[in-house]
Design a protein around this ligand. Structure first.
Ligand SMILES: [Zn+2]
Length: 281
């Protein structure tokens, strides 16, 4: 069944996982994890809307029809996707709801539930460290090392998130949202294909950011987007949802590209609340 969610999804790029990092490196932590089954967590269906009201900024901006579309999708997501707390981290109902709601909001422009391929979400209390290797294209030399991440998408199978980064994103509109970022990676991998013309336009926008970064210009989009085309798409998606008016004003062609892809027009939504409550306490 053709369910191309991201029409600008990139073609032919295979990435095992991608990452995002903005804050200073945290101390390395062990890889021990513990499974938290959804069935073991307190179920508070009557409180779900209350959690959205208190802790999810984007909920307040959604037009009523999209809020109505979100709730059943959110229920299905929470029913089907197991959450794992790393290092005995207790993933609460509030955390699950905050993460799941943002993941689902990204997909609300499309009719169908798009997370059939997502097998689980691992939540770390803070940034986490992973081993990585990189091969020099010219010399073939492989360098082994570690990298500190706040989010990671394992292809179209699993997301890994730092709860601290998820939570902090609710208190500001700076265009940084690790859930939107990693879900965009997930959608790109799970719904490959796309419109070649859109791909060309996306590439042009990416090259424009690269040139601006090379010149040392101050850019609206995070310079991290110049890493590669895949990261550019994820960074642009963060701004599309968090600062849509700014993106539409500064990069109108890119905004229209994303609007047509996500089939959402967040620049037309009401302004966000100044802040919502921190969900960690
Ligand atoms: Zn990324």
């Amino acid at each position: 069944m053709a369910r191309i969610l991201l029409v600008i999804a990139l073609i032919g790029i295979v990435v095992v996982y991608l990452w995002r990092r903005r804050r200073a490196a945290a101390a390395a932590i062990s890889a021990r994890t513990s499974q938290t089954n959804a069935a073991d967590l307190p179920r508070l269906p009557g409180a779900r809307t209350s959690i959205l009201e208190r802790h999810v900024r984007l909920w307040h901006r959604l037009p009523t029809p999209l809020q109505e579309r979100l709730l059943p999708r959110l229920d299905e997501f929470l029913e089907r996707i197991p959450f794992t707390g790393a290092h005995d981290f207790a993933v609460t109902e509030t955390m699950r709801t905050v993460i799941a709601a943002q993941a689902c909001i990204v997909t609300l422009g499309h009719e169908h539930y798009p997370f059939d391929d997502l097998h689980g979400i691992t939540v770390h209390p803070d940034e986490f460290v992973v081993a990585e290797s990189a091969e020099d294209e010219d010399t073939g030399v492989v360098t082994e090392g570690f990298r500190t991440l706040s989010g990671q998408a394992h292809g179209s199978d699993r997301l890994v998130l730092s709860w601290r980064d998820v939570d902090e994103a609710q208190s500001r509109d700076d265009g940084y949202n690790v859930v939107i970022h990693e879900v965009t990676h997930f959608l790109e991998h799970s719904h490959p294909g796309g419109d070649p013309a859109a791909h060309v336009a996306l590439t042009a926008a990416y090259e424009s950011l690269c040139a601006a970064v090379d010149r040392g210009d101050e850019t609206l989009l995070d310079p991290y987007g110049a890493e590669d085309l895949t990261e550019f798409l994820a960074v642009a998606a963060e701004f599309f949802f968090e600062r849509p008016a700014d993106l539409a004003a500064r990069h109108p062609t890119l905004y229209v590209l994303l609007r047509d892809s996500f089939r959402l027009d967040p620049a037309s939504w009401p302004p966000p609340p100044t802040a919502v409550g921190n969900a960690s306490s």
